[in-house]
Ligand binder design. Structure first.
Ligand SMILES: NC(=O)c1ccc[n+]([C@@H]2O[C@H](COP(=O)([O-])OP(=O)(O)OC[C@H]3O[C@@H](n4cnc5c(N)ncnc54)[C@H](O)[C@@H]3O)[C@@H](O)[C@H]2O)c1
Length: 342
């Protein structure tokens, strides 16, 4: 299969290497010539996947037309806020891909200016004839572990499972197991909002809180994510799956998570600008926090934890004050909507 991967960052490169290991003909594209030159000249991508050797024969280019030409599968692995501009470029090139090309977004996020999830952005950009061929891969998957060949399970969501099945078969390896679902919205909301909860858990740990706080934040965070997803029509069962609680556990319990690390250093009292500069890579949770806050406000969904993260990142709320506010909220039933006696 001829595959184009748009985005030679951590995740795009890792998936490109996985696909190449299955003998697919893979070209990875990036706007930035640094990872492109390195992949072509040394066979690795030290900026994003330091110390890891990529599958031999992986090609990279800064020319999107070259990557997309004759492609049967196009993977979109760029940050969420540039998905629209990259998708528009891909759309202009679609006639050079094969007629039944399938597209797979592996990006987690919400476009902050429009509050659209990635599938809504893609449906805005591509013609309706392409909709059945739009698929979304998500789930607990650190790029560095996938690139190292460590066992991973993910979810591929699509409104039409026929094409998702093609992606499932294309990426399946003995260590990379993809499941399918039709719940595109549920998968997307889980993949996006968990980054905000990861910032909260990192923050708590940076402030010196331990496992009890982690468990409480993960559980209450999942409850907030489920509420937002259900308000958007998601299937509640999705939040108990890989793209829901699975990705939430991964992101909230490992220092490999950029979003966890952002929170951790915030909890240590560092300023967000300094943390982001040092990170030098996409920490989607920072922008996701704003998008989730705006979306929850628009839909009138109660998300106190995510809201506190937003206010700490964007309005200078002091973390200790946030803890005080959260713990002094009105006492409630654990199940939303259930009344408690006076
Ligand atoms: N890193 C992971 O472990 C991982 C795992 C699963 C999902 N994801 C998701 O995949 C998406 C990409 O994440 P990543 O970690 O690969 O990010 P990254 O910052 O490592 O890489 C993003 C790449 O996109 C490129 N890019 C292409 N066009 C661009 C443009 N117009 N403007 C800016 N950059 C452009 C950048 O140059 C960069 O190489 C995110 O939504 C992330 O949440 C990441």
């Amino acid at each position: 299969m001829k595959v184009a991967v748009a985005g030679a960052g951590s995740w795009g490169t890792s998936l490109a290497s996985l696909l190449r290991s299955k003998d697919h003909d893979v070209t990875v594209w990036d706007i930035d010539p640094v990872p492109v030159t390195q992949i072509n000249e040394t066979g690795n991508n030290d900026r994003y996947l330091p110390g890891l050797e990529l599958s031999p024969g992986l090609r990279a280019t800064t020319d999107l037309a070259e990557a997309v030409r004759d492609a049967e599968l196009i993977i979109l692995a760029v940050p969420s806020q540039v998905m629209r501009e990259v998708a528009e470029q891909v759309n202009a090139l679609l006639p050079t891909a094969t007629d039944d090309v399938v597209l797979c977004s592996v990006t987690k996020g919400i476009e902050v200016d429009t509050l659209m999830t990635m599938h809504q952005v893609l449906e805005d950009v591509f013609p309706t004839s392409v909709y059945p061929r739009l698929t979304y891969l998500s789930g607990p998957s650190f790029a560095v572990e996938v690139a190292a060949g460590l066992p991973t399970a993910v979810t591929i969501a699509a409104k039409n499972l026929k094409h998702a099945r093609r992606v499932q078969k294309a990426v399946h390896t003995p260590f990379f197991r993809p499941y399918l679902t039709e719940d595109v919205m549920g998968v997307e909301i889980g993949g996006c909002a968990k980054n905000v909860v990861a910032i909260a858990v990192g923050l708590a740990n940076g402030m010196g809180f331990e496992k009890n706080a982690d468990a409480a934040l993960i559980t209450r965070g999942l409850s907030e994510i489920s509420r937002l997803g259900m308000a958007l029509g998601a299937n509640p069962l999705t939040f108990g799956g890989l793209s829901g609680v699975g990705d939430l556990i991964l992101t909230c319990t490992s220092e490999k998570s950029r979003n966890y690390r952002v929170g951790y250093f915030l909890g240590k009292g560092e300023r967000i600008e300094k943390i982001q500069k040092r990170l030098g890579q996409t920490a989607e949770g920072v922008i996701n926090a704003k998008a989730v806050h705006l979306l929850a406000t628009k839909l009138d969904v109660e998300m106190p934890l995510c809201n506190a993260v937003y206010r700490m990142l964007y309005e200078g709320l002091d973390p200790h004050e946030a803890v005080r506010e959260l713990s002094s909220r009105e006492l409630k039933h654990e199940i939303p909507g259930r009344a408690i006696p006076d």
